[in-house]
Design a protein around this ligand. Structure first.
Ligand code: BES
Ligand code: MN
Ligand code: ZN
Length: 492
């Protein structure tokens, strides 16, 4: 999709379709009023006739506009005339693009950056337009032999009052590009998106961006490092595990990096503690943390952020076979701590703990891991926010504040030492499961044993990284949140 910003007068606009907003009190937005005047009150007369009430999500397509260089107009309801909440603004944008994408139009002009939105300037509004549109225009077609419904739209012109919209456009394109990459990798079937495939993606990023360097550690390298916990998980799989390391050097040579660690389980069958069959296909999404790390690094590189960032992705499958790790096995992690595996399906923490230990050698400013770690986070929080836990209040608050700006919500859960009791083992330093209570917290508590030397936060994205049911598909979360966190670090 091509996007551009247009700051010239509306009267001279030429377009296949113009999107304008109308409130429920029948008032048009600022730009829409100008159009209405230029069209001798056409819009007012249609609204007065009662053809569109202006409620949020209402849409009305006028597909014949006499004597005009604008061939169609799409009226979009914005609800009450007052500053829109960011959520409602995004809903209105989604309503608009979902109508447009089914039409036979090549180019559209969008005037919706002119309405007031709470806590949003023109930059942020422009960015939201791009993000919401790109989200709606995403299609996963790679594995279908019959083409999906073709989207004819090619050009989107965003009407804006000044050039600060350009910054929003650049941010929006970078973030949606990162989201698109994360969604695509996640939606790919697990027989294509293997650990080796993910590693190739990381190498491709390094080929595209001068500031990115990728290193792939293979099983032999991990053996040398003593990553017995990660290697325990991979034993039941025939796909070789990879530890992907991506370094983006946009900052001063001596600036400490922000390290992201993303769970890259390309298929989680549960191992010997096999999962039930229903819905098991969705465990191809167990690499969404890793995909979001790739997406975020791509966005950071595209925006040329003056930061040093490291992305680490432990990538493996979790499958049962005769070599697989068994309940009762004791693994020795890279940190030296021993782990009794009581359930081979609690494998995410086993690959993350060695990666977190490895992260130390980058001398990190902060470490943020993101993982589809527990089904329990769905019980606690549903599919709305990601779970947030961490050992540093300032870092957690930074993430909360970034999540609000980015419309990519998180909710913090406690990481109190009392919960460590649940991880006691009779036979090793730690057990890999903590019983049925507070599963998201005990999973994070497990990781906390490997993050004592740095500021660390953990995002449990098992409820937010993909949608289930008829709209099954990846969301690309938390790429918007993490990119916003990085943008805030630049401007801090
Ligand atoms: N990848 C799963 C978590 C998951 C489960 C995400 C369902 C989304 C939906 C993880 O590896 C896992 O299996 N966790 C177990 C932990 C348990 C054995 C302590 C879980 O949540 O059931
Ligand atoms: Mn599992
Ligand atoms: Zn898993």
């Amino acid at each position: 999709m091509n996007y551009s910003i247009e700051t010239n007068a509306l009267e001279t606009l030429k377009s296949d379709l113009l999107v304008v907003g109308v409130y429920s009190n029948q008032q048009l937005t600022f730009a829409a009023k100008a159009i209405d005047v230029a069209m001798n009150g056409l819009l007012t007369s249609i609204i007065n006739r009662g053809d569109i009430a202006g409620k949020l999500n209402d849409t009305l397509l006028l597909n014949v506009i006499p004597n005009s260089q604008i061939e169609r107009i799409l009226l979009v309801g914005l609800g009450e005339q007052k500053p829109l909440t960011a959520k409602n603004y995004r809903k209105a944008l989604a309503a608009a693009i979902n109508v447009v994408k089914k039409l036979n139009v090549n180019s559209i002009a969008v005037s919706l950056a002119d309405c007031d939105v709470e806590k949003a300037d023109l930059t942020l509004k422009t960015r939201q337009i791009v993000e919401v549109f790109e989200d709606a225009l995403y299609q996963f077609t790679e594995c279908k032999t019959q083409p999906a419904d073709e989207i004819k739209l090619k050009n989107i012109v965003i009407l804006a009052t000044d050039s600060t919209a350009q910054t929003g456009l650049a941010q929006g394109l970078a973030i949606s590009g990162g989201v698109r990459l994360a969604k695509h990798l996640a939606d790919l079937p697990p027989n294509i998106c293997t650990p080796t495939f993910l590693a190739q993606q990381a190498l491709t990023l390094a080929g595209t961006f001068e500031a990115i360097e990728t290193t792939i550690l293979d099983v032999a390298d991990m053996e040398k490092l003593g990553m017995g916990s990660l290697l325990g998980v991979t034993r039941g799989s025939r796909e070789p595990a990879k530890l992907i390391s991506i370094e983006y050097k946009g900052g001063e040579a001596n600036a400490k990096p922000i390290v992201f660690v993303g769970k890259g389980l390309t298929f989680d069958a549960g191992g010997i503690s096999l999962k039930p069959g229903a819905g098991m296909d969705e465990m191809k999404y167990d690499m969404c943390g890793g995909a979001a790390v790739l997406g975020t690094l791509q966005a950071a590189a595209e925006l040329n952020l003056p930061l040093n960032i490291v992305g680490l992705i432990p990538a493996t499958e979790n499958l049962p076979d005769g070599q697989a790790c068994k309940p009762g096995d004791v693994l020795t992690s890279m940190s030296g701590k021993t782990i009794e595996v009581l359930n081979t399906d609690a494998e995410g923490r086993l690959i993350l703990c060695d990666t977190l230990t490895y992260a130390k050698r980058f001398n990190p400013e902060v470490v943020i891991d993101l993982a589809t770690l527990t089904g329990a986070v769905l019980v606690a929080l549903g599919r709305v926010p990601s779970g947030l836990l961490g050992n540093d209040d300032a870092l957690c608050n930074d993430l909360i504040s970034a999540s609000e700006t980015a419309n990519d919500s998180v909710w913090r859960l406690p990481l109190w030492e009392e919960y460590q009791e649940q991880l006691k083992s009779n036979f090793a330093d730690l057990a890999n499961i903590g019983g049925k209570d507070a599963g998201t917290i005990t999973a994070a508590c497990f990781l906390a044993n490997f993050t004592e030397d740095f500021r660390w936060a953990h995002l449990d994205i098992a409820g937010t990284a993909w949608r289930t049911g008829s709209a099954k598909g990846a969301t690309g979360r938390p790429v918007p949140l993490l990119t916003q966190y990085l943008l805030n670090r630049v401007h801090a």
